[in-house]
Design a protein around this ligand. Structure first.
Ligand SMILES: [Zn+2]
Length: 214
């Protein structure tokens, strides 16, 4: 589709006509080149056949106007025609995500901690995702309306998460793997020590501090 778009812009030119034969010659060995060209209509490209413009003969099409610059991946993604998500798919994603927003953790119908007048409405949305090996995929996630509204559309970055994990020392990596297996985070010796300290009466905390300084 991208090559077809560039061919239209650079070779055919807006306002000019082209034939199926020219298209075949431009993309030898590529089956369904005409279908890829038709797909451009989903991106706002205007192409007329003789059913749109009676002056054209059956073999001809007119490249009326270019649309979204599909050769720019960001522009293409932003304009991609969205297939609707079926109810079956939605239910499967909601169940997989435990009926919780994957961004803020609120459950469906639950009031927000910081705004008890508002209860969460969950929906299943598409999220651009960069996988650990750099591949990009659009994946379905459960999000609440509020998180969805606040999202800047930037992709989820599994590659960056992976880099952060690899930067941990081996002990931390091992602990993280245990959390991942359990599906929840455990407390670390550091946090346990901090909590034990915090629970002390003020005078005892002062003595701990003094003892550490000496
Ligand atoms: Zn949320």
């Amino acid at each position: 589709m991208v090559r077809g778009a560039l061919w239209l812009v650079q070779v055919v030119g807006e306002g000019n006509t082209f034939t199926k034969e020219q298209l075949r010659d431009a993309f030898p060995g590529i089956s369904q080149a005409d279908r890829r060209i038709r797909d451009l209509r989903d991106y706002g490209w205007v192409l007329f056949t003789n059913s749109d413009d009676a002056r054209l003969v059956a073999e001809d099409q007119r490249f009326v106007r270019a649309g979204v610059p599909v050769w720019d991946p960001a522009a293409r993604r932003a304009a991609a025609p969205q297939k609707t998500i079926s109810n079956k798919e939605k239910q499967a994603v909601l169940a997989r995500d435990d009926y919780m927003c994957t961004v803020c953790g609120v459950s469906g119908g639950e009031a927000y901690l910081d705004d008890s007048n508002q209860s969460a409405v969950l929906s299943v949305t598409r999220r651009e995702t960069v996988l650990p090996d750099g591949r990009e995929q659009t994946l379905l996630v459960t999000e609440c309306k509020r998180c969805r509204a606040g999202s800047d559309g930037s992709p989820a970055r599994a590659d960056e998460a992976m880099a952060d994990i690899r930067a941990l020392d081996p002990g931390e990596q091992k602990r993280l793997r245990r959390w991942i297996e359990r599906g929840r985070r455990g407390s670390t010796p550091l946090e346990r020590a901090w909590n034990a300290y915090r629970r002390l009466p003020a005078d005892a905390r002062d003595e701990v501090r003094a003892a550490l300084e000496s």
